[in-house]
Design a protein around this ligand. Structure first.
Ligand code: IMP
Length: 432
């Protein structure tokens, strides 16, 4: 395969960053195509822990070209700060390796304020957003009044567009949400400053991508969030505002279907986590749930929130597989299950006496579903030092084989810890 898409197969936080970081060894080009700084990809390199919110994780390897596609929403302040951090920690010599789509939309300060005020107003019914302004930025895009990265290149035009957009958003903040609006000057000056700082990065990234494809470069598409947070197919309205499933790769990077051979790899933890509100059928409220939080370090990379935890949900995973057209799985955090016995897999849901194997659209139904579990024997061994599949305890291999049987998808990659050496490749997705 010339291209590999790395997609979250759950509710985000599956450990995509470490899988991408590992695969960038084989791919000179890495593309982000949706979401914004709601994402937080944590990578541990030596004794350095790096959290990336916008720049693709590929940046951590020398020489990799990182594209931020048109489908991403960009907070330029976060980008400027992230680039500065990458430089000061020695991961980025200059900015030639980052290119930002001129068509990507900007997250403005009023988007963030709307996000926060709206969540406060929703009270108990809140979505539990990251408060980064993601939804309101995509709303302006869909309303056709958003500001794009390319607008920063023409300060006069930018000012005019900002004035119109600000007027609408200020009215909403003040009249509907009861908050305080912004003055033009408060936003204009800092944004023109960001514009001058990122000017050199702005480009037609779809074209650069096409040139790389023609050169024969391998391309890695780095998804953010997870399939169950997809705006159309996820647990709406408890979703994010972008297309997190594989279709987002095409629209969000300007890639034409069929331009390259592409394998979709779904990243899933060996259990399930979720941050924010919304139904979660296999959620655990007992000591096992607490143990998964502690052993798995289940706190959000962006907001620090404690993640909700539960057993691996194969109804959701099979749904994600169908939506994304998955050709392989990357299974992360298997090491966290060590010491648990039995290990449970949700193979179906029970709803009012009925057995469901398809993920329901209706959240009322979903919230009343009880998981039907298949139990597998656990293992006690610490897996942190395992580097080869043949060194895995038999119970782990049995677990992997059962996941493959129940999903019909081969496990290509295993992650047994946060460090670079702890990712084990069963089969290289670029060689499939
Ligand atoms: P938003 O993307 O900030 O609007 O948040 C919408 C929903 O998506 C909330 O439930 C968030 O917790 C969730 N979400 C957004 N980004 C991530 C992520 O990177 N990991 C996990 N959940 C996320």
């Amino acid at each position: 395969m010339q291209g590999v898409g790395i997609l979250g197969a759950q509710w985000g936080d599956e450990g995509k960053g470490r899988v991408v970081d590992f695969l960038t060894e084989k791919a000179p080009v890495v593309v982000r195509y949706q979401g914004g700084n709601n994402a937080g990809h944590t990578c541990v390199i030596g004794n350095q822990k790096i959290v990336l919110h916008l720049v693709p994780s590929g940046i951590l390897r020398p020489g990799r070209l990182c594209l931020i596609g048109n489908g991403v929403v960009v907070n330029p302040q976060v980008l400027v700060e992230e680039i500065a951090r990458l430089k000061s920690s020695g991961f980025l010599e200059n900015e030639d390796r980052i290119r930002l789509s001129d068509r990507a939309h900007l997250i403005m300060p009023y988007h963030q304020r709307i996000d926060v005020l709206r969540e406060e107003r929703r009270g108990a019914a809140k979505i539990g957003t990251t408060g980064r302004g993601i939804g309101p930025a995509y709303e302006d895009k869909a309303r056709r009044s958003g500001l794009r990265v390319g607008d920063l290149l023409d300060p006069e035009e930018f000012k005019k567009k900002l004035a119109v957009n600000l007027e609408e958003n200020n009215a909403y903040i003040e009249k509907v949400l009861g908050g305080k609006g912004f003055t033009l000057g408060e936003i204009l000056e800092p944004f023109l400053d960001f514009g001058s700082k990122i000017r050199g990065l702005i480009a037609d990234t779809s074209r650069i991508l096409d040139q790389e494809i023609k050169k024969g470069s391998r391309i890695l598409f780095e998804g953010a969030q997870g399939s169950m947070l997809d705006l159309d197919h996820g647990t709406y309205p408890f979703v994010t505002s972008s297309v997190t499933t594989s279709g987002g790769i095409f629209s969000g990077s300007g890639l034409g279907y069929g331009r390259l051979s592409l394998l979709m790899v779904g990243v899933t933890k060996a259990y399930t986590t979720r941050v924010g509100a919304g139904p979660f059928p296999t959620e655990l409220f007992d000591k096992t749930g607490d143990r998964l939080v502690e052993a798995g370090g289940e706190f959000g990379a962006t907001t620090g929130r404690r993640r909700r935890t539960g057993w691996l949900d194969l109804v959701a995973l099979n749904y994600a597989s169908r939506l994304n057209g998955l050709g392989g799985l990357a299974l992360t955090k298997i090491d966290v299950l060590s010491g648990l016995d039995p290990i449970r897999l949700a193979v179906a849901y029970r709803y009012k006496g009925e057995r469901l194997t398809e993920f329901p659209a209706d959240l009322k139904i979903l919230s009343e579903c009880q998981p039907e579990y298949e139990d597998l024997p656990g293992w006690r061994e610490d897996l942190g030092a395992v580097r080869r599949i043949s060194d895995l305890p038999p119970a782990v291999r049995r677990y992997l084989a059962r996941v493959e049987e129940l999903t019909g998808i081969p496990v290509l990659i295993l992650s047994l810890g946060a460090e670079r050496g702890q990712t084990v490749v069963i089969r290289d997705p670029f060689e499939v």
